[in-house]
Design a binder for this molecule. Structure first.
Ligand code: PXP
Length: 250
């Protein structure tokens, strides 16, 4: 297996669930996550991510249908590995699905997917997505076991859970875990993504991990958008990522 080349820049995908969370607080039609997605693209985002949860607490079915039709960059549909979601993905044909664990009582996705649990189910789901022309990414904790198993299941990509690093940015062990999982995944021919809890302040160290091609960032960008607008919030994040990346090449 030949390792993939390190990408020259890192892609920023915006997770727009948080826009839908504000709308659902009033069950009205604003703010519209699709309009937010288009504004993010206009400001330089490379992709749009949305998580259709089983309980539909933020993103709704109509949102993902409209996103699949409107996104001009690429649409990354986050979802649990269930029959209902697989059928929706086959209908919408997003560029990519990211399989995530889902627990009804959680506030947000709390940990990575345990890809050693029910491996046949996951492998069949990845195969189904591949047959529909959709690439599959697995949201996992940064551990060698999870990386090796993701490769064995036939995933195209992994998304490394950066939550623990985001909570403990000064603990070198958290960053080391991300860097070594990224290097291992890259050596195994997997595309490497990362996300969760990243902000303009803590993104620098993650953006500087050379194997990481894509970051999925939502909450901090939508929070910042309250003060400066979503376009400026996207530009600020891209600047922080690009600065970290260019430092790598000088
Ligand atoms: N990646 C995955 C798989 C997620 O579930 C989330 C949470 O929405 C994110 C990235 C983005 O995390 P945050 O909203 O903390 O930036």
């Amino acid at each position: 297996m030949t390792a993939l080349h390190h990408p020259p820049f890192q892609r920023l995908y915006i997770n727009i669930d948080h826009v839908a969370t504000i709308r659902q607080a009033r069950r009205t039609d604003e703010p519209d996550p699709v309009a937010a997605a288009l504004a993010c693209e206009g400001a330089g985002a490379h992709g749009i991510t949305a998580h259709l949860r089983e309980d539909r607490r933020h993103i709704q079915d109509d949102d993902v249908t409209r996103l699949a039709a409107s996104v001009q960059t690429v649409f990354n549909l986050e979802m649990a590995c269930t029959e209902e979601m697989l059928t929706i993905a086959e209908r919408l044909r997003p560029y990519q699905v990211t399989f995530v664990p889902e627990r009804r009582e959680e506030v947000t996705t709390e940990g990575g997917l345990n890809v050693t649990h029910a491996p046949d189910l996951l492998a069949r789901a990845i195969e189904r997505m591949r047959n529909a022309g959709i690439r599959s990414s697995l949201f996992i904790d940064p551990s060698p076991v999870m990386v090796e198993q993701s490769r064995a299941l036939g995933a195209d990509a992994i998304e490394l859970h950066t939550g623990r690093y985001a909570h403990h940015p000064d603990d070198p062990a958290q960053l080391d875990a991300l860097a070594s999982a990224a290097a291992l995944a890259h050596a195994r021919g997997l595309h490497v993504h990362a996300g969760h809890g990243l902000t303009v302040r803590n993104v620098t160290a993650v953006a500087a991990i050379p194997e990481i091609e894509e970051l999925n960032i939502g909450h901090s960008i939508v929070s910042r958008a309250v003060f400066v607008g979503i376009a400026v919030a996207v530009v600020e994040m891209r600047d922080a990522m690009d600065r970290a990346r260019s430092a790598l090449h000088t």
